[in-house]
Ligand binder design. Structure first.
Ligand code: ZN
Length: 283
């Protein structure tokens, strides 16, 4: 290993992944840089008064550089900033930094109506609720098992869905997300690999059920597949049973209310949608 590579690697290890990289919180970072600047100025002013102008400037610069490095590696300087911003920053201010939760609104067509219209989801009078057509459920489970064990099948199905070359696809797996990239640019995001597998398997079956499938827009196809995951009864990863719940997801400086489907056995998150807590309370 080159010395510089080793240095980069060990610096990367120092980083706190919860608050840096893609998880870095802009409001928290800005707030901390402002606090760091104010503290460094105070320190510099005190040193100018007690020692000399040169000592003051030097101390201020060193203190500010140290603080910025801390923010870079840890995500914040003052412990508890995420809780602080969550509690005291108004939602309108956080929205400027794209941190406001966005309750999902369907674009053109309600994906639930598509699933009902083509018969993939049916109204079961026995249980008094919507459920998957048994033939679709069987085929979907079998397809998911193949997509889970064989990555080339997964690549082929995703490539066909997104109109990308299966060989150009890359996957990025993190604790709470699974992303697909085509030629290095972001293609789609799922809450887990299992959720991605469910979509890839479903996308292969839907053209047989929905005569208009190929004509539907990719965002609508993605919405339909996403809603379909709400009806999963077995986890594509481990065949465990799937539980629906209302949940609060804590991100850096904000908590989001979500409706979630999670595997009881392996804990894979299969579906997650931001919801308006007022709407939940009203229901
Ligand atoms: Zn599972």
């Amino acid at each position: 290993m080159q010395p510089t590579t080793r240095l980069t690697a060990s610096l990367a290890e120092l980083k706190n992944p919860s608050y840096t990289g893609p998880n870095r919180c802009v409001p928290c970072t800005l707030l901390n840089v402002v606090i760091a600047a104010a503290l460094s100025l105070l320190l510099a002013a005190a040193a100018v008064a007690a020692l000399s102008t040169e000592a003051g400037v030097l101390l201020g610069v060193v203190a500010f550089a140290g603080a910025v490095a801390t923010i870079y590696f840890r995500g914040y300087l003052i412990p508890g900033t995420p809780t602080f911003t969550k509690r005291y920053f108004p939602d309108r201010l956080l929205a400027l930094f794209d941190k406001a939760p966005e309750p999902t609104a369907w674009e053109e067509v309600d994906p639930r109506e598509v699933l009902l219209a083509v018969g993939v989801v049916v109204d079961d009078p026995e249980i008094g609720d919507l459920t998957l057509d048994p033939a679709f459920a069987d085929a979907w489970e079998r397809a998911a098992a193949t997509h889970w064990t064989d990555e080339s099948t997964l690549r082929r199905s995703l490539g066909r869905l997104a109109g990308a070359d299966p060989n150009d696809l890359d996957f990025e797996e993190r604790p709470h997300s699974f992303a697909a990239l085509a030629d290095g640019s972001h293609l789609a995001n799922w809450p887990s690999r299992a959720a991605c597998v469910a979509d890839a398997a479903g996308a292969g079956l839907l053209p047989d059920w929905d005569p208009d499938w190929e004509e539907r827009s990719l965002p609508l196809q993605a919405d339909v597949l996403g809603v379909l995951r709400l009806f999963l009864e077995r986890c594509p990863a481990c065949e465990g049973s799937v539980a629906l719940s209302q949940d609060v997801v804590e991100s850096c400086c904000r908590s989001r209310d979500v409706v979630a489907a999670t595997c009881r056995d392996c804990d894979a998150r299969l579906f997650e949608m931001d919801v308006d807590p007022a709407m939940l309370a009203g229901e």
